[in-house]
Ligand binder design. Structure first.
Ligand code: PRX
Length: 637
């Protein structure tokens, strides 16, 4: 039997080689020997990147929750599956064993069934980082309902868009959430969203902050009494390997968010294997990923990947700065965390506070530390390595996306190490390619280009909910026969990849993907706005911040400028969420455009980044004079 461990370079080389030479044999054997199936597949892989159509383990049946929970019960039933650390450090942490998780998931699943939720129905989950969130996700999977988790920082409008897009009839939420010193009334946001969602017939509300909320008769119900009455056993529905497991929305460069659809078996196999090998998880380790389950990182590496491995996974409700900037390290010490996974924006924010916040804590339990979500700059990498890893822990700079389901490029501890700003080498089964401006794959090892993947891996998203054409256009049309990631990358002479960032109109702010189009749409709703263009510019903590160049319909007195700016940010906050508000707004007399009327963002990006020395040829613009006027204005600001 093959040895799938990746504990040294030669094992990586061997497994990588086999996975490329014979993917079906490799993934077939890995799947067969490591998971619980109700019935086996007819074929490991069928695909066509042109349609595109991708199917893994076709014909097999399984339930992912039996793999996440039931199969651990006999040997490890009393082991802690989830540690819940509340926002308030004085409140007690919760330790949920695999046995308790089993009961709680089954109860929740029975409640969903009692509300008429059937296999294939979409369930919207809009919950804070409390155990009910992970349990709700697993409860859906137990009965074959498709979960659509919406990050609980999104606004009512953003929530409504997502509920309507996949036609959810039920919403799971809470009265509110704690975030540091703040409380947020989530139920009020849901109420506002549902004005626009007549198809939602049921809202189940978990109690978290004990706030006054309004309950709509015949629609809203408290969750806990229903759970108390429900049975703690619930049969795990047999799912086809390719049945959707969940939908998760991600911003596109234009319009509507994209509901990425992930299916059951391939996602299971890939997230489990990457979790175990990249984080080098050992049976008694405590693993902590600081992401929110509302993002793909939380789906794959707080819930599914860890539980599939019978791991102990920590869920933290709060923020890194509360009650002070030592909170993360306090938690690491308290639970003797062994693997710690966070985002560059958090690392930069913590580094800025200095080492005094780290000093009081013992971080010697850490074995592997990780980063995800955006390129990590060299300074932040070194700080993380020196002060958090204490130069003892491999750093896994993991590159992947909502669309990829799991990590595609990353260092693997003990196989090959990281180097600052490099995501390094492809994971087993992953075949990256760099494409040049003419659409051809670059054969030289040392190169720079657009990052594509040329062969399917088990956890690739299969479609965009309700819009397969958009899936095809976004990911499979730029380079025929390749999956295009939307990122640019460099490859060094050893074949190590360094991700340089997005090459489309998506801007990553504090690790959150934001499309420029929906933000511009929100701004343009302001009655005084004629036109707007959003670009990103470098920011010390957030990685990128948003800069809005906005032309108004009529000149507004300068005293009123500040009011209009506030109103614009309030509009963005209500349409998308506070994460999308602009750090800088400049009112301009016009926007630089090509003769065909396209806004030249490239020029605006340079102005926003204060790099106007080489703007290239602007003489062909429709309105070159606007460029100088914008630059003059920035200089007098
Ligand atoms: O640009 C890449 C960046 O985040 C994008 C994916 O964002 P999202 O779908 O929200 O998923 C984030 C969590 C997996 C990518 O297209 N990105 C992610 N990880 C890295 C990264 N950029 C550089 N280095 C990384 N390690």
């Amino acid at each position: 039997m093959a040895d799938f461990e990746l504990t040294n370079r030669s094992k990586y080389n061997q497994n990588y080689k086999t996975s490329i030479a014979n993917p079906e044999a490799f993934w077939g054997e890995l799947a067969e020997t490591n998971f619980l199936w109700k019935s086996k597949w007819n074929k490991v892989l069928e695909f066509d990147f042109l349609s595109p159509k991708i199917e893994w383990f076709k014909g097999a049946t399984l339930n992912i929750t039996e793999n996440c929970i039931d199969r651990h019960l006999k040997q490890n039933g009393h082991k802690t599956a989830i540690i819940f650390e509340p926002n308030d450090p004085n409140q007690e942490s919760e330790f949920i064993s695999y046995i308790e998780l089993h009961h709680r998931v089954n109860r929740f699943a029975n409640v969903l069934k009692s509300k008429g939720v059937l296999k294939g129905d979409r369930v919207c989950i809009y919950l804070p980082m409390i155990p009910e969130l992970a349990i709700a996700v697993l409860a859906c999977a137990r009965i074959g309902a498709i979960h659509s988790v919406v990050f609980a920082g999104f606004s009512a409008t953003a929530l409504a868009t997502r509920i309507k897009d996949c036609d959810c009839k039920i919403v799971l939420t809470s009265d509110g959430s704690f975030r540091g010193a703040k409380t947020i009334n989530l139920k009020a946001i849901v109420d506002e969203a549902l004005v626009d969602c007549p198809n939602v017939s049921t809202v189940l509300v978990a109690q978290r902050i004990h706030s006054e909320i309004t309950m709509k008769t015949n629609r809203d119900e408290w969750l806990q009494p229903l759970l108390d009455q429900a049975s703690e056993s619930c049969e795990a529905v047999a799912m086809d390997a390719e049945d959707p497991l969940f939908i998760l929305y991600t911003s596109g460069s234009t319009g509507q968010p994209k509901g990425m659809v992930h299916t059951t078996a391939g996602y299971m196999v890939y997230t489990a294997y990457t979790f175990k090998t990249i984080f080098q998880y050992q049976p008694n380790d405590v693993y902590w990923c600081t992401a929110d389950i509302g993002w793909i990182t939380g789906h794959s590496y707080i819930v599914y990947g860890p539980l599939l491995n019978g791991a102990t996974t920590l869920m933290f409700e709060g923020v890194p700065s509360y009650p002070d900037y030592g909170r993360f390290w306090d938690i690491v010490q308290k639970f003797k965390v062994n693997q710690f996974y966070t985002a560059p924006t958090a690392i930069r924010a913590l580094a800025k506070q200095g080492e005094a916040f780290l000093k009081p804590y013992d971080l010697s339990s850490l074995k592997v530390i990780g980063t995800v979500g955006e390129p990590i700059n060299e300074e932040a990498w070194h700080w993380y390595n020196t002060h958090v890893g204490q130069q003892q822990c491999p750093i896994v700079d993991t590159w992947w996306q909502t669309e990829t389901g799991g990590i595609l490029i990353s260092p693997i501890p003990h196989c090959f190490s990281g180097k600052p700003t490099y995501a390094t080498l492809p994971f087993v089964g992953i075949q990256p390619a760099l494409m040049d401006d003419n659409g051809n794959e670059i054969s030289d090892t040392k190169a720079e280009g657009r990052l594509c993947i040329k062969f399917p891996w088990p956890s690739i998203a299969r479609t965009i909910w309700g819009n397969h054409e958009r899936y095809k256009n976004t990911y499979f049309s730029a380079f025929e026969g390749y999956y295009f990631s939307g990122d640019g990358a460099k490859r060094d002479e050893n074949g190590h990849y360094r991700i340089t960032g997005r090459v489309d109109d998506v801007i990553i702010v504090s690790g959150h993907n934001l499309g420029t189009a929906p933000i511009e749409d929100a701004i343009n709703e302001h009655k005084q706005v004629a036109e707007s263009a959003i670009v990103g510019y470098p920011h010390d903590i957030k990685g990128n911040a948003l800069y809005g160049f906005i032309t108004l319909k009529k000149a507004v007195s300068s005293e009123n400028h500040e009011n209009v700016k506030k109103e614009i940010n309030a509009l963005i906050s209500s349409k998308i969420g506070p994460i999308a508000t602009l750090d800088n707004i400049q009112f301009t007399t016009g926007l630089p455009k090509t003769r065909s009327g396209k806004i030249m963002r490239r020029i605006l990006r340079k102005i926003a980044g204060n790099d106007t020395s080489n703007l290239g040829d602007i003489s062909t613009l429709l309105n070159p004079e606007v460029v100088q006027s914008i630059i003059n204005q920035t200089q007098t600001k």
